[in-house]
Ligand binder design. Sequence first.
Ligand SMILES: Nc1ncnc2c1ncn2[C@@H]1O[C@H](COP(=O)(O)OP(=O)(O)O)[C@@H](O)[C@H]1O
Ligand SMILES: [Mg+2]
Length: 247
Amino acid sequence: MTDTETAGAPPARTQAPEVVFKSVRAAYGRIEVLHGVDLTVPAGSVFALLGPNGAGKTTLLKVANGAIRPTAGSISIAGVDVRKDSPEAFARAGVCAIPEGRGVFPNLSVRENIRMWTYQGGVTRAEAEDRAFGQFPRLKERRRQLAGTLSGGEQQMLAISRALVGEPRLLLLDEISMGLAPLVVTELYELVGTVAAAGVTVVVVEQFVSTALRVATRAAIMLHGRVHRVGTPDEMADAALGAYLSG
Ligand SMILES: Nc1ncnc2c1ncn2[C@@H]1O[C@H](COP(=O)(O)OP(=O)(O)O)[C@@H](O)[C@H]1O
Ligand SMILES: [Mg+2]
């Protein structure tokens, strides 16, 4: 329990939450793909979620985002059980998910994409643009361009700008580096570090193990719908290789 909670005040928006999954099961139709996930993501950590294709990483992020309701088990964010909450409640709790692929509207301009994120309130259009363009001047140059015509890296910058505009407390990133040049990936992960330092808990799913482990403070390997190992980034570097080979 934190000082603010003991004082009876609501926790500050910038306070990074701990996320705890307990015996979480999830299914698509009748096919169960998470078979009892136990995982604690420490408050303020950059948590790398590793594992081969089909291990259940994206599904677990969707559970953490409220997009999929688990069939059993519990998930708590900052000590609050959110399993039965609506996706909107997750958003209000400060959960922001950047989905696999490009989380942008290709037929809207850069500027219009940024404006979409202000509809939840809390931030003006001007503030939103300041934050996104301040971090990524290249987006400002291209503000009138349709998002679908940006390069892959630029689209991903735009997608990640959402994390700057919305001031999330929990940021979930699913394979943000897919298909991008290494230099762009480095740039994106520098931003992830900056966001985390501002008091955000970050979970990154990443195929590029070494990239993810460079920014991570803690890591886990998922295999076949379960958490296989948890440890420090150093401990997980070798373990991940083994898991990928056997998985
Ligand atoms: N929409 C879906 N409908 C049915 N099965 C799905 C769906 N999405 C994922 N799956 C299955 O669930 C399992 C876990 O997938 P996923 O969470 O995407 O794994 P990862 O992100 O680790 O690659 C896989 O076997 C996958 O085929
Ligand atoms: Mg995935």
